[in-house]
Design a protein around this ligand. Structure first.
Ligand code: ASP
Length: 403
């Protein structure tokens, strides 16, 4: 099913060139590059088109091939433990860095040219997150690409299938077949990635007004950006270390996953990247059962990059408003940032919306978001890349618990 290694290397080179050309063209040609935006949207739409049939087929066939509901319980338990542990580690990294670097201390609030607008969604709480697991209408959930209730349904469906014996056989085979077909389509779409990623990066940079305008915005909140980027980089390598420790897979795995990581950077969406994440992980030789279980769930709930970013952003806002955060308040930030990341959908800038939970929990003004709004699209790309890396490392680690 997978395409050959030489082929992949060529494709990876083409995607890298596309990304680089996107940065250069967006930087130098600025707003003119918005003319290619439609190509990026087309790429994104082709990816999105595959998500629902792909995750339905992948999750059901993955769970069915585990063959035993107890195995599902074991894998599920360890997967949730991995998600929780790595997300908490990411928030902790962010909190330590933001306390050391103090990016917001002395920041002039007036300095920001951005209006204090909060993205148009109300705050969501813990109960909302639990409720979002189940949808009364799966078709409506699919139409809105709400993946979590669909995944939960598929997990239940797959688990039930394993108990139906001979009668369930043809149904299992159908989903195995559907999964193969969907993966083939994903491979075809991947050939479009160099152009799509080029267009998405160039047009977004163009929308920001080109290199000079973007640089101006970045430097206004330079220390904040530095703290988030440093945190994400550290977390990326910590995960790589854990991965190496448990699996002896190292940079070769990153290399195989690069196409998915670059797509995450290009699309700012874990959900849209999911088809490629699955393709690359299978190509890297990770057990398909782990891939089909850990990656779809991870794309919607495991967001290390988002969690880290939310903790740093909230502390930055507190520092800018000169509100000191006690240890216990930082514990609240720790807990709520973890929940907010779990609750964030795998779509662009979802983290900015769920940050309202964290700000409200420690009584910070929601208008503070205005300070970081202008650069958020850029940090979103970086944190989405780390989110995808968190899921990918998880699949490779958790395959080891399967016999
Ligand atoms: N865009 C991120 C993702 O899809 C979520 C976020 O942090 O906004 O993973």
């Amino acid at each position: 099913m997978s395409i050959s290694t030489t082929h992949n290397n060529k494709l990876l080179k083409a995607i890298l060139i596309g990304a680089l050309a996107g940065i250069l063209c967006g930087w130098f040609f600025g707003t003119a590059m918005q003319a290619v935006e439609w190509l990026g949207i087309l790429f994104l739409d082709t990816l999105k088109m595959t998500i629902i049939p792909l995750i339905v087929a992948a999750v059901i066939s993955g769970v069915a091939s585990l063959g035993d509901v107890r195995k599902l319980g074991k894998l599920g338990g360890l997967t949730v433990t991995y998600y929780a542990a790595t997300t908490a580690l990411a928030v902790l990294t962010g909190l330590i860095l933001v306390n050391i670097i103090q990016p917001g201390t002395g920041y002039d609030i007036q300095h920001t040219a951005v209006a204090g607008t909060v993205p148009g969604k109300e705050s969501i709480g813990f109960v909302d997150i639990i409720q979002s697991l189940i949808s009364p209408n799966l078709i409506a959930a699919a139409a809105e690409t709400q993946l979590l209730p669909i995944i939960i349904f598929c997990l239940i469906f797959g688990a039930a299938l394993t108990t139906t014996g001979e009668k369930g056989g043809p149904v299992i085979n159908f989903f195995h077949g559907l999964n193969e077909v969907m993966m083939k389509i994903v491979i075809w779409i991947m050939y479009f990635a160099p152009v799509g990623i080029f267009a998405m990066i160039a047009s977004r940079l163009g929308q920001a007004g080109g290199g000079a305008a973007f640089w101006n915005e970045i430097t206004q909140v330079g220390w904040y950006i530095f703290t988030v980027v440093l945190g994400l980089t550290i977390h990326f390598f910590v995960l790589l270390g854990i991965l190496y420790f448990f699996t002896r897979r190292g940079f070769a795995y990153v290399n195989t996953m690069l196409r998915a990581l670059l797509t995450a950077f290009g699309t700012s969406s874990s959900s849209a990247t999911l088809p490629l994440t699955i393709e690359c992980a299978i190509e890297a030789g990770v057990d398909k059962r782990a891939v089909k279980f850990v990656l779809p769930l991870g794309a919607t709930v495991n967001m290390d990059g988002t969690a880290l970013y939310e903790a740093v952003a909230v502390m930055f806002i507190a520092q800018a408003y000169a509100v000191s955060m006690s240890f216990s308040e930082q514990v609240i930030i720790f807990i709520t940032a973890t929940l907010a990341a779990i609750g964030a959908a795998g779509i662009p800038q979802a983290g900015l919306v769920t940050m309202v939970i964290v700000l409200t929990a420690v009584n910070l003004p929601l208008e503070g978001i205005g300070m970081i709004l202008a650069v958020d699209w850029f940090l979103d790309r970086l944190r989405t890349t780390v989110n995808i890396w968190g899921d990918s490392a998880g699949a490779a680690i958790l395959e080891n618990v399967l016999e």
